[in-house]
Design a protein around this ligand. Sequence first.
Ligand code: EZ4
Ligand code: CO
Length: 412
Amino acid sequence: MIIEKAEVIVTSPDRNFVTLKLTTDEGHTGLGDATLNGRELAVATYLSEHIVPLLVGSDASRIEDTWQFLYRSSYWRRGPVTMASIAAVDMALWDIKGKAAGMPLYQLLGGASRRGLTAYGHASGKELPELFDSVREHLDEGYRAIRIQSGVPGLKAIYGIASQSADTFGGEARYDHEPARRGEKPVEEDWDTRAYLKHLPGVFEAVRNEFGPDIPLLHDGHHRMTPIQAAKLGKSLEPYDLFWLEDCTPAENQEALKLVRQHTTTPLAIGEIFNTVWDFKDLIRDQLIDYVRGAVTHMGGVTPLKKTMDYAALYQVKSGFHGPTDISPVGMAAQMHVGLAIHNFGMQEYMRHGAKTDEVFRQSFTWTDGLLHPGDQPGLGVELDQDEAGKYPYERAYLPYNRLADGTVHDW
Ligand code: EZ4
Ligand code: CO
């Protein structure tokens, strides 16, 4: 089974996506997601200039060998651009193997370990009434677990709040399609950690009072705190029984989490910007985290993600794969198959893609009673409509960034 053609497709229906499509001499096609939010063309170029020439003529059945070759032979290993590119190849080869075998990917990974994947959605609001409405909407849509992000008095815009996009940026009232906002320059937002730490526990108290003790609630700190601030937040949220607190400190300094752990039993999730098992190794071994936030697209594909989760299983660490809309429907499908197959699944993040994205990517997953299932089509279960994709050329987009009141750049 020889790879005859490798195409890199950049399309921007609701946002930018980078997709690799491989075609074999036997006529099978495979898709892989290489989307890197706000840096899409860097990955598209890495693929077309450095990887595509290596793939054409090679054996599509050798998934492990191809991964090792692309990782080790490049010498300059790791990093988001390289690993998103390798991820796309790996996903596309698994897609092809599934189609050749006539089986959905999860069957090739050992079969289903559960009926479906519990998934959480993103409720948000600048003020409590709006946040409560958003929680109710998510419950009505079938979500059984909910991430809570709230505005902070005195701050104009803040990560994760849907309605501010409509007010501030004149767009649709969902931030999720465009966290990397189309435009020539990134949008500047403001930030104040003390105001946030003072405000957030009251928000969770209000949500628990309104919606009761049972529903799993999550929160994303988006790398904004120092270790001692994160420890303080984790401790102050303990009465509200979070399912996890995500990215409480910047991910680079892994020792920071030791200090956080000493002070709080709030479960910790980290790693949406991690690229390899090496980024997770010490955190898992030292039991400093509870959930692996890696995404199949940014961790080098299905092959290394499955290995990372098998390693995490030794320490009772579970999955919490990153699932914003910047993971394309192809990447989402791939990590749904992994989540269905592994024993140590925890929770899947699920943001709906926009209507135009769903036209470009024909998907076969289901969403029933709060559970995602990747479906039973052979391979990943996603097809790309290239005519539709061609209608939406790339548009420049940047993630926003933060400045403190005195003008200092802060983690966004
Ligand atoms: O800001 O994926 O948990 N989810 C997140 C995301 C990230 C975007 C950045 O590209 O933190 O919304
Ligand atoms: Co996050």
